[in-house]
Design a protein around this ligand. Sequence first.
Ligand code: CTP
Ligand code: CA
Length: 224
Amino acid sequence: FEEDPPHRPLFGKHVLITAGPTHEPIDPVRYIANRSSGKQGFAIAAAAAQLGARVTLVSGPVTLPTPVGVDRVDVETARDMAEAVKRTLPVDVAIMVAAVADWRTQDVAAEKMKKRGSAPPALRLTENPDILAMVSVSDKRPKLVVGFAAETEKVIQHATEKRQRKGADWIVANDVSGDVMGGNINAVHIVTAQGVESLPEMPKDDVARALVERIADALVPPAS
Ligand code: CTP
Ligand code: CA
């Protein structure tokens, strides 16, 4: 039925998705990372392509196959991801699912750091660009900007504040206090200007489908 126009409500729309972690180098063999697997972002990319969208997936280092019909751009660091996102604009919808490293090391050692019996080195960190906030204020701002919020406590409160602070239209909040990161199940709350819709716990593929259907409805309200 994917050929059937009513089931391809995102046909003609360009959707940009970020996914996965970023890696921030310390020296040539070490980096700072996080537990993001990329599964939720890749599932959203697949679901958007199934609904007919042209999809650009900007992915940090993950071990997942590229979904059918998706253009993938691989990046390593937050700054690489920000550049790839900028190059992809303008788009109709941006969905920022990536777990972007908040900090990177201020200086990357040119050679592998050695113990040599001395005191452990201190990492000096500096803040990375906020890609979601950048897209939200861009002069090429997409019609719909969707962010994610990985929280371990006060999930809806933090997500609501994040929506305001980052200028996103929607924030999809997930509680990552359990084993969501890396797992196949997710329970999310979609926070919009209209309020909060909480979806029951379900496989990440189903979360993706539910989210992308809501995005299609928001872009093209169904004829009444
Ligand atoms: N995000 C981003 N660029 C960053 C940090 C976050 O684009 N440098 C995006 C994420 O992809 C996600 C949203 O912002 O869509 C929220 O990420 P999150 O880490 O929850 O928010 P932060 O603003 O970084 O706040 P904190 O980690 O302190 O909770
Ligand atoms: Ca963060």
